[in-house]
Write a protein that binds this ligand. Structure first.
Ligand code: WQD
Length: 339
């Protein structure tokens, strides 16, 4: 298993996967349009990987462009597909931006995978496919898809349906969906991390900017949820642990005969917004300007992962704690300000 096309490869999660792939002897070929990244990131990835990494600037809705890359770089052993927009709240405010991009990229890419007979596909899916869990907040892979509560979540459901529909075709394609929970943190080296363009949508990057004085305050979206302290509960996972799950998934696709599978990728623990804020302040010794605001449309009250399937089948489990992730996120924020 050698050449892996990595879409969204210059992004927050993609850059960490690129480094992990190179570290395991794969040859990642990155594709990114820099809509949510910056041009100096591929160079940082090469420094961390200690070798040259092939990179293409391309919008993944461009079927012809993707086909040309697959032909030029072929034979391609696998694809890891991350190129998508991923902000729940933003997708509620701007659904067509999400349907156009997230479904457009999947459509163009899956056509190329089938046309070129690429045998292995790992898809960046999301816990949002479960919607609001019926019983409690813990979900496992057999939990039903619910109302996804946001256009973002619905695009992930639709993409998993595309995978299901092509899995039945007579081809050698084997596929895995990795259902991410809440990726946070940054590479321990401080060389790559989250680079939100403009105002961050997600809690941790916004919190880092508020603590750094770049934002006047952090607004907690809702304190009246039916949870431990009234704030939403999520399953926060270190981005390096998430990256490692992709390596294990690709390696597993080599051995398995199963055409289609899905794994939750989370820490298996729930933390409230309040707990995250408290831990961040404590572990980094920083104060946070905090206000409590209204609920954010699209949010579910609580969700976290049952992760024993990934442990059992992929031999994967998290190595970093939420504390580690919040410390690495803050160190990365400080590095950004030095640049
Ligand atoms: C977390 C909590 C907010 C910002 C993320 C990814 C998504 C998917 C699931 C992979 C919520 C609250 C946030 C702020 C706040 N992962 N919050 N103030 O919405 O769970 O989605 O994980 O596919 O792609 O984006 O993450 O960080 O936006 O919100 O109170 O300024 O923090 O209401 O309860 P979310 P988030």
């Amino acid at each position: 298993m050698d050449k892996i096309l990595l879409t969204g490869g210059a992004g927050f999660i993609g850059s960490h996967i690129a480094v992990a792939l190179a570290g395991k002897g794969f040859t990642p070929i990155l594709i990114d349009n820099f809509s949510h990244s910056q041009r100096h990131i591929p160079g940082r990835i090469e420094k961390l990987a200690g070798k040259k990494i092939t990179f293409y600037e391309l919008d993944c809705r461009d079927h012809r462009g993707l086909l040309d890359i697959a032909k030029k770089e072929g034979p391609i052993d696998g694809v890891i597909h991350l190129a998508a927009f991923k902000a729940v709240g933003e997708s509620v405010a701007n659904p067509m931006k999400y349907y156009d991009n997230n479904l457009g990229c999947m459509n163009a890419l899956m056509r190329v995978i089938l046309e070129m007979g690429i045998p292995h596909f790992v898809f960046s899916s999301s816990c949002t496919v479960y919607g609001m869990p019926d019983e409690g907040a813990a979900v496992d892979e057999s939990s039903p898809f619910g109302d996804p509560y946001s256009p973002y979540g619905y695009t992930k459901q639709a993409c998993e349906r595309i995978m299901k529909d092509v899995a039945g075709l007579s081809n050698g394609l084997k596929q895995i969906s990795l259902r991410y929970f809440n990726p946070i943190g940054a590479h321990p080296s401080g060389k790559i991390g989250e680079l939100p363009l403009g105002k961050p949508n997600n809690l941790v990057p916004y919190m880092c900017q508020a603590a750094a004085g770049l934002r006047s305050e952090l607004v907690v979206f809702g304190r009246d949820y039916p949870t431990s302290d009234g704030t939403c509960e999520r399953d926060y996972i270190h981005v390096c642990d998430l990256a490692e799950a992709h390596i294990r998934a690709m390696e597993h696709l080599l051995d398995t005969d199963k055409r289609l599978d899905a794994f939750n990728v989370g820490a298996g623990k729930a933390h409230s917004v309040q707990e995250i804020i408290h831990t961040f302040s404590e572990v980094n010794q920083v104060e946070l300007p905090l206000v409590y605001g209204d609920r954010r449309p699209g949010d579910v009250a609580a969700i976290y992962a049952r992760v024993d399937k990934a442990q059992r089948v992929l031999g994967w489990k998290t190595r970093y704690s939420v504390r580690d992730a919040l410390q690495h996120a803050w160190q990365w924020q400080l590095r950004l300000q030095e640049e």
